[in-house]
Design a protein around this ligand. Structure first.
Ligand code: SAM
Length: 290
């Protein structure tokens, strides 16, 4: 790199002072200041010159510099208009980077990928704003954005929830949703001192390798996710009672009970002990009784 590397704390401080930038808590701004962590993210994302990378929240462009060196093309979406002149300065000399000043949650990302990459799958790489981690990731999956992988910094606790399975306290709707679309792998835990300012929570880099086809066959995805949400919304209840109490699940009680019994785990089974495959079976058996 022939520009000042922003992952070095002194260079970040200089840029922030040059532009008199003040951090906005509401945008989850914690900038990376550790080149080892940046190297690890880039390696885990497995980027080459054929790839288009979508970066969410480039900040002052710290990770974008690394991405631009590795990828064919980088499109970075940043909500904070105060960062745009800074990004023009720090990234101006990279011809393969474009910055979009938008709220990523309002952007038509599928349309963007169609336009910028001919609809071919892209790699998402980001140090995410933690306040919207779940809507960003679920939005990418549910909108069926063509993706190879998502390699992101998230809150450590959220990374654990994405990766875990039945029998663990962190297991829940997020674990199942993520694992329906991708294979999660926690790459590294990252302490608060790798960021400026330091976040109050621990962080982790997680790589989600997207499935070409979901690992289970589901007749009605919406019904399966309604069932999953209903069973974890009432964790202390049995699965049958949890489903019966939900507004979203409108099957009669005896139909629910029969479908639960068909799982062969007893009628007092709780949702938290079901695998994705079992949720798919339950959902398919209910879908057929409509
Ligand atoms: N990538 C930079 C880095 O690693 O140093 C900054 C990461 S910081 C944790 C999150 C970034 O996401 C901030 O630059 C913030 O302004 C931006 N951001 C927050 N909400 C956003 C949204 N809804 N759409 C796009 N960017 C957003």
């Amino acid at each position: 790199m022939n520009r000042p590397v922003l992952g070095i704390p002194q260079n970040t401080i200089e840029i922030l002072q040059k532009y008199n930038f003040s951090f906005q808590k509401k945008f989850g701004q914690n900038f990376l200041i550790d080149t080892h962590v940046l190297d690890k993210i880039i390696r885990a994302a497995d980027i080459n010159k054929e790839d288009m990378v979508l970066e969410i929240g480039p900040g002052i462009g710290t990770m974008t510099q690394f991405l631009a060196e590795a990828a064919g093309k980088v499109v970075a979406v940043e909500i904070d208009k105060n960062l745009i002149p800074i990004l023009e300065d720090t990234l101006g000399s990279y011809e393969n980077v474009s910055v979009i000043n938008e709220d990523v949650l309002k952007l038509d990302i599928r349309g963007l990928v169609a336009e910028e990459n001919g609809g071919k799958p892209v790699k998402v790489v980001a140090n995410l704003p933690y306040y919207i981690t779940t809507p960003i990731i679920m939005g990418l999956f549910e909108e069926h954005v063509p993706l190879t992988s998502i390699t992101v910094m998230v809150q450590k606790e959220v990374a654990d929830r994405m990766q875990t399975g039945p029998g663990n306290k962190d297991y829940g709707a997020l674990s199942l949703a993520v694992q329906y679309y991708a294979k999660p792998y926690i790459v590294a835990n990252v302490p608060p001192n790798c960021f400026m300012p330091r976040p109050k929570v621990g962080s982790a880099v997680i790589r989600l390798t997207c499935h070409a086809h979901p690992p289970v066959e589901v007749e009605d995805e919406r019904l399966m996710f309604d069932i999953i949400r209903a069973s974890f919304n009432q964790r202390r209840k049995t699965l049958a009672n949890g489903l019966n109490n939900s507004d979203k699940i409108t099957f009669p009680k005896d139909v629910i009970l029969e479908a639960v019994e068909q799982l062969g785990k007893g009628d007092s089974v709780r949702g938290e002990s079901l695998t994705l495959e079992e949720f798919a079976r339950l959902s398919n058996s209910l879908a057929r009784r409509r």
